[in-house]
Design a protein around this ligand. Structure first.
Ligand SMILES: Cc1cc2nc3c(=O)[nH]c(=O)nc-3n(C[C@H](O)[C@H](O)[C@H](O)COP(=O)(O)OP(=O)(O)OC[C@H]3O[C@@H](n4cnc5c(N)ncnc54)[C@H](O)[C@@H]3O)c2cc1C
Length: 301
């Protein structure tokens, strides 16, 4: 039986695993990839990579340390996690069953895609899924936010503080009646295209305009030096949906010690209800979860 299994190899899972190795726990990381969402980096024609701090450097350090320590990882999706009398049973997609005394869930979120022509071609080339991370790179630029919910409104509001113009495509009357919606409706550099739909992303090396369908079926072309798809994120929490408490959006509820409501189950990073989807936040939460799990394990080692 392992002391600790960490599910996920993004910033939160990598950090938690390295901390656990340093505490000399018998730890296993189970993940679909190494790096998680840090494997995506937005490229823009006016920005060189070295000009932006993305938190990637620290993640890559942890990643190379783990690659050097080959034994600590298992590359396979986790299907479900079950409580046993003295720990937990982790079921993997390939049918494997692994036993552990404690577990950290750091499986992140899935971003929703537009599923239109051009999206795959220009993904991370002018087209992105995180205004929270990249808005400061769009000073005086023409931008577009696509999405109907809270995330889209927040992203548009942040971009509006720096960009020349923001087109917000797709919000509904309900979203626009909130405080943020009202603020956006009266902002001089924001155009709201209610109930419009993106049909295609076009560009030349980088995405630079969108073909948009109006509610009456007519088409319109919008120039965009940066396009942000901001539809609410889907937490990868299905594996513990029957085990721990989730909030209304499916995020794992944790306290400030990264503990869930089930002793021995910890969670960190974007999959939890803690604040802000950012690399450095996930790194910190991953470290915290490992230290918290270590404290739980001390009497059981
Ligand atoms: C396009 C994009 C660009 C971004 N750019 C920045 C940036 O520049 N700066 C910044 O600070 N933040 C950025 N962010 C946000 C940042 O990447 C995330 O907040 C951070 O990666 C969260 O880390 P995490 O470890 O919680 O989750 P993730 O990075 O999502 O990692 C989750 C891990 O869990 C694994 N996993 C998922 N399901 C399973 C399963 N069933 N079984 C096993 N493993 C599983 C995945 O393979 C992955 O390894 C960006 C986000 C996006 C979407």
């Amino acid at each position: 039986m392992y002391d600790l299994i960490v599910v996920g190899g993004g910033p939160a899972g990598l950090t938690a695993t390295i901390y656990a190795i340093r505490k000399r726990l018998n730890v296993l990381m189970i993940t679909k990839d190494l790096g998680g969402k840090t494997n995506y980096r937005l490229a823009l024609p006016w920005i060189e990579d070295y000009q932006v701090i993305r938190g990637l450097e620290i993640v890559n350090k942890f990643r190379s340390e783990l690659e050097y320590l080959k034994f600590a990882r298992h590359m396979e999706p986790v299907q479900s996690i079950e409580k046993m009398a003295d720990g937990f049973l982790v079921h993997t997609k390939g049918g494997g069953e692994l036993q552990t005394k404690a577990i950290i869930i750091a499986s992140g979120t899935k971003q929703q895609r537009l599923e239109v022509p051009g999206e795959k071609q220009f993904i991370m080339r002018g087209l992105c899924y995180s205004a929270l991370s990249y808005a400061p790179l769009f000073i005086d630029r023409k931008t577009v936010v696509v999405g109907e919910g809270d995330l889209a409104l927040r992203s548009a509001a942040e971009l509006a503080t720096v960009a020349k113009h923001v087109h917000l495509i797709g919000p509904t009357g309900e979203a626009l009646s909130t405080d943020l919606g009202k603020k956006l409706s009266s902002s001089p550099n924001v155009t709201i295209l209610e109930n419009h739909k993106v049909n295609e992303v076009k560009g030349n090396g980088f995405a630079n305009h969108l073909v948009v369908e109006k509610p009456d079926g007519g088409m319109q072309t919008i120039e965009a030096e940066g396009t942000f798809i901001e539809m609410n994120l889907i937490p990868n929490s299905q594996m513990v949906a029957d085990l721990v408490d989730l909030d209304d959006s499916g995020r794992i509820k944790v306290d400030c010690y990264a503990r869930t409501n089930i002793p021995g189950v910890f969670a960190a990073g974007d999959v939890t209800d803690s604040y802000a989807e950012q690399v450095l936040v996930a790194v910190g939460e991953g470290a915290k979860a490992a230290l918290s799990a270590y404290e739980y394990l001390l009497p059981r080692l």
